[in-house]
Design a protein around this ligand. Structure first.
Ligand SMILES: NC(=O)C1=CN([C@@H]2O[C@H](COP(=O)(O)OP(=O)(O)OC[C@H]3O[C@@H](n4cnc5c(N)ncnc54)[C@H](O)[C@@H]3O)[C@@H](O)[C@H]2O)C=CC1
Ligand SMILES: O=C([O-])CC(=O)C(=O)O
Length: 247
């Protein structure tokens, strides 16, 4: 399997360390790819997409999904990590349409959260409410404060606009649940983990999820779990397999 990666940052680095598949990269800053590997990067994303990718992994930014998502999914299956971009219904629908027309898939891994399996199942009875509190060290949220501070309370749509590199998980919750998602973002100098606390209220179950994620090695904003989730998704795609576990 040949995997083409958009973005040569933290996620890309770990993929390079952990995967045995053939990997090639593109980044709007080619010097970042050069650091990663001298001979396996492209300066032009379309050239990379046309080099015969089996899977394109977006590990860059919501902006990259807007700029390159459609061109990517025309040519291969696409895994989107900057899920915040998909909260935009117009872009999401276009991406789905192009994927259908070209016979490709769009994968959205669970990323830095858990419980997507139950949330998808509960959709069958309708979900009344989803709430998430994202708690990170102030440094990860780009603020300075010596005490706990609520930076944001509002909708998923507003949250992803305000914190494009910190709350992609909110968009994942929204896509999985189909319900309104109420978001709080808290800067907490006492924590050194990225903590996501989720409550899902429905007729069939109330679900309470708390993940306390170790930040990833090259970017503390991004939880290591998010990269593990990408790795596992790629391995399951590569393996095919008949046994599918989880909703
Ligand atoms: N779905 C989820 O649960 C999670 C999603 N993420 C998202 O995954 C993405 C990757 O994360 P990291 O590797 O930690 O970020 P990073 O900041 O370490 O690396 C991103 C790389 O992408 C490049 N890039 C950004 N915009 C681009 C564009 N428009 N075109 C080409 N290259 C571009 C940057 O130059 C940088 O080298 C981020 O958007 C992050 O917010 C992170 C954590 C959890
Ligand atoms: O990695 C995390 O903890 C969450 C994150 O940055 C995001 O959702 O964008």
């Amino acid at each position: 399997m040949k995997i083409c990666v958009i973005g040569c940052g933290n996620v890309a680095r770990v993929l390079k360390e952990k995967l045995e598949e053939e990997l090639v990269f593109y980044d709007r800053h080619p010097e970042k790819c050069k650091e990663l590997c001298e001979n396996c990067f492209f300066e032009d994303p379309i050239e990379m997409f046309e080099s015969g990718c089996d899977l394109i992994v977006e590990a860059a930014s919501p902006k990259a999904v807007e700029e390159l998502g459609l061109e990517a999914v025309k040519r291969a299956d696409l895994l989107v990590l900057s899920v915040g971009a998909l909260i935009n219904e117009e872009l999401r629908e276009k991406l789905i349409k192009v994927a259908e027309e070209s016979g490709h898939k769009v994968y959205v891994p669970s990323g830095a959260i858990a419980g997507i399996d139950a949330i998808k199942a509960l959709r069958e009875v309708g979900i009344d409410e989803v709430r998430i509190t994202v708690r990170k060290n102030p440094k990860s949220l780009g603020v300075e404060t010596s005490e706990e501070k609520v930076l944001f309370e509002g909708s998923a749509e507003e949250a992803v606009k305000k914190f494009p590199f910190n709350v992609n998980v909110v968009a994942t919750l929204k896509l999985a649940s189909g319900a309104p998602v109420k978001v709080r973002v808290v800067a907490d100098p006492k924590v050194d983990r990225n903590i996501h606390q989720i409550e899902v209220i429905s007729k069939a179950s109330n679900v309470f999820i708390r993940v306390e994620n170790v930040p990833s090695p090259y970017n503390p904003k991004t939880s290591y779990l998010a990269i593990l989730s990408v790795l596992r998704t790629i391995k399951e795609i590569a393996k095919g397999g008949v046994l599918r576990v989880g909703t």
